[in-house]
Design a protein around this ligand. Structure first.
Ligand SMILES: NC(=O)c1ccc[n+]([C@@H]2O[C@H](COP(=O)([O-])OP(=O)(O)OC[C@H]3O[C@@H](n4cnc5c(N)ncnc54)[C@H](OP(=O)(O)O)[C@@H]3O)[C@@H](O)[C@H]2O)c1
Length: 320
């Protein structure tokens, strides 16, 4: 062994033969590179884990479910529409991936308890919960009622709380688990015409960050996911009020413009990598990062810019 080491070190110990040293170094580097290139892909720390993705029937949730299944997770997806869930399962199966579909409205605590119980019964555990289910409404304040705020809070905030509390009952005794909460850049910066959505997402951010702090040391890690606009097709399910055609027009343009809205598949990959690493927060997309940073560094100027943007957005039609 020591002879081998001597041989390997010889060209570097000698003061002569720089060309030989260079050739030797290049050879060693090439060998290293070849070794790295041949290395099998790293096994995901999520492989074999049981994951429940709420809102997994379409859009970002389905893409996250696909990423997780591709990394070897045993995946369950839930949403309200049973037909859409079945279509999602079929689309995964077409790619050689499996998922269990369970209908559930995350605003209903009894349904949430049932779905988490079914996941545990089917797979024997729940290791990862991805809270993706969400709704969005686009309207100016004057076209909104208290019910719009209630509805946004019910799904985007209480839905996240309901599923997290239900999953924690199984995760905490095992001192093992991960929760990823898909919030929004709208939960860090209140964008005009998205007020109920922003309120609910701000609340979800607060819940998610506080939960991570309180669960530190319990074996359960919480990741707050803060996406900017993504091309998920979600605008087709948004509710528009006020001058609804104009609201739909600006929102659809923003949600479908590359550069403003990122690829949903790429976003799903980034999110799953952040979950794998147990990161506290992941802000997804360059525009979201810029907006968040600007708000933190220049809060007054940012709010003034948002007020200026509001002035050029469609006003609500006069109430009758
Ligand atoms: N798209 C974006 O640009 C963007 C940006 C920032 C954050 N986000 C967030 O990312 C998440 C996914 O967005 P997306 O664009 O993929 O939306 P999407 O296509 O509309 O999908 C939403 C999913 O949530 C489910 N869902 C809605 N209400 C539910 C409820 N009460 N109970 C159970 N499931 C429910 C929907 O299924 P059912 O309707 O059948 O229940 C669907 O599976 C949301 O939380 C959204 O706020 C999106």
């Amino acid at each position: 062994m020591s002879r081998l080491l001597e041989l390997l070190a010889a060209p570097f110990v000698s003061r002569r033969g720089w060309a030989r040293k260079l050739r030797w170094s290049a050879g060693v580097a090439a060998l290293g590179w070849w070794g790295l290139a041949r290395r099998r892909p790293r096994r995901s720390p999520l492989a074999g884990e049981v994951a429940l993705v709420t809102g997994g029937s379409r859009g970002l949730g389905l893409l996250i479910a696909r990423e997780l299944a591709a990394r070897g997770c045993r995946v369950a997806i839930c949403a309200r529409d049973a037909n859409e869930l079945q279509r999602a399962v079929r689309s995964l199966r077409d790619e050689g991936l499996e998922a269990l579909a369970i209908t559930c409205d995350v605003t209903d605590t009894a349904q949430v308890e049932r779905v988490v119980g079914e996941v545990v019964e089917h797979f024997g555990a729940i290791d990862l919960l991805v809270n993706d289910a969400g709704i969005i409404g686009v309207a100016p304040l004057d076209a909104l009622s208290r019910a719009d705020f209630d509805q946004a809070m019910a799904v985007n905030f209480w839905g996240t709380v309901n599923t997290s509390l239900a999953a924690l009952r199984y995760m905490r005794p095992r001192r093992h688990g991960r929760i990823a909460n898909v919030t929004s850049i709208g939960g860090k910066v209140a964008v005009p015409h998205l007020l109920p959505y922003s309120c609910a997402k701000f609340a979800a951010v607060g819940f998610s960050e506080g939960l991570r702090a309180e669960l530190a040391g319990t074996g359960v890690k919480v990741t707050t996911v803060v996406p900017g606009l993504m091309r998920t097709g979600g605008e087709a399910h948004a509710v528009f009020k006020g001058k609804s055609n104009l609201e739909r027009a600006w929102f659809t343009v923003a949600a479908e413009t590359p550069g403003l809205a990122m690829s949903a598949r790429r976003a799903a990959r980034r999110i799953v990598r952040a979950i794998e690493r147990g990161r506290a927060e992941v802000v997804v997309g360059v525009p979201a990062k810029v907006l968040r940073l600007t708000k933190e560094m220049l809060p007054n100027a940012t709010l003034a810019a948002l007020a200026a943007a509001d002035r050029v957005m469609p006003a609500a039609p006069p109430r009758r």
